[in-house]
Design a protein around this ligand. Structure first.
Ligand code: APR
Length: 320
């Protein structure tokens, strides 16, 4: 059987980390794409030279022409610019929208059957625009945000409870940004919901609120420390789990920015919700009951995302 082909559109910090992870996990061959000449070729060669040590057979190549991604099974998009300290994800909109137009054209021409995972920020608006620019089915264009946000949430919770990260489950809803909605009552330690853990004296409501806020600010905390760019290890690991779910038809339930066609009362917008990812792409959007307070937070998150997509249509009216 032929090996899977995984195209990475953007070969910067996240792109390079993705390529390395694809190799280490032996998920398939990698084509790194970038507009910067030499960058994808150099990273591809560097990682390929680690393959004898780590024992993987992925072939890694770098290209500056979209023809190189032809026939890709999965495309992971990080092309664009990341944040610098003081910038919000939304400040990236104008520049990265133009990048999505180019990437969309490349996908349409060379990889129309691929499962596409977008990471470029501001995520919910960029994945929405990328789906429109590429014309690929919305089941095959999805945004990576919720896996990362919930992974950050899980990590902070595991630290607080002094238990293994493996035993903490958590998920967040809504847009990737300040309006994300961490779902306290659906987050657990080995099945015990967080509100019960408060009752059991494992933590306090105040401490949980602080962890929720730290999760919301998780990206900004890293930007503040790095100063020259944004997070890349955890975003890459999160996108790889989504790619793996698709390639191995795992039917994983993951929070992703998915196209809503009426679920949660939302139509034609991409926003973070739990979905099932398998060989059919986004096979199902899971609609959970929200409490009044959760619904309110979710609605304002959706409104924030819709504000950004409207800003996109002002720049590119044909997206409307
Ligand atoms: N086409 C292809 N690649 C492009 C284009 C374009 N039009 N414009 C920029 N790039 C490339 C850059 O040359 C760079 O190599 O995208 C890459 C982005 O890499 P980094 O600057 O290292 O950014 P990274 O940390 O990988 O983040 C990428 O993901 O999380 C988001 O906010 C983040 O939007 C940012 C994206």
């Amino acid at each position: 059987m032929a090996r899977n082909k995984i195209a990475l559109i953007g070969s910067g910090m996240i792109g390079g980390t993705l390529a390395h992870l694809v190799g280490l996990k032996d998920l398939g061959d990698v084509v790194l794409f970038d507009i910067a000449e030499g960058l994808p070729q150099g990273k591809g060669l560097d990682i390929a030279q680690s393959s004898p040590v780590d024992g993987f057979d992925s072939r890694l190549t770098g290209v500056n022409d979209y023809a190189g991604i032809e026939g890709a099974d999965v495309c992971i998009v990080t092309a664009g610019v990341p944040r610098k300290p003081g910038m919000s994800r939304d400040d990236l909109l104008g520049i990265n929208l133009k990048v999505m137009e180019q990437v969309g054209a490349g996908l349409k021409k060379y990889a129309p059957k691929a499962f596409v995972i977008c990471i470029t920020n501001p995520l919910d608006a960029m994945v929405w625009a990328l789906q429109k620019f590429s014309g690929l089915p919305s089941s095959h264009v999805v945004g990576m945000a919720g896996v990362l946000d919930s992974s950050r949430f899980r990590y902070f919770l595991a630290e607080e409870f002094k238990v293994s990260v493996e035993d903490v489950t958590a998920f967040v809803l809504g847009g990737h940004g300040d309006s994300m909605v961490p779902m306290i009552r659906y987050s657990t330690v080995a099945g015990i919901p967080l509100p019960d853990l408060v009752k059991m004296g494992w933590t306090s409501k105040e401490k949980l609120d602080q962890i929720v806020q730290r999760t919301r600010d998780g990206g900004a905390e890293i930007v503040g420390l790095l100063k020259t760019g944004s997070a890349y290890y955890a975003p890459a690991a999160s996108a790889i789990s989504m790619a793996e779910a698709y390639l191995k038809d795992k039917k994983r339930v993951l929070p992703c920015a998915a196209h809503l066609s009426g679920q949660y009362g939302v139509k034609g917008t991409y926003v973070g919700v739990p979905v099932v990812i398998g060989a059919g792409g986004v096979e199902r959007v899971i609609e959970i009951d929200l409490s009044k307070a959760e619904q309110k937070m979710f609605d304002s998150s959706v409104a924030a995302v819709q504000g950004l997509t409207e800003a996109c249509t002002k720049i590119a009216p044909h997206l409307a």
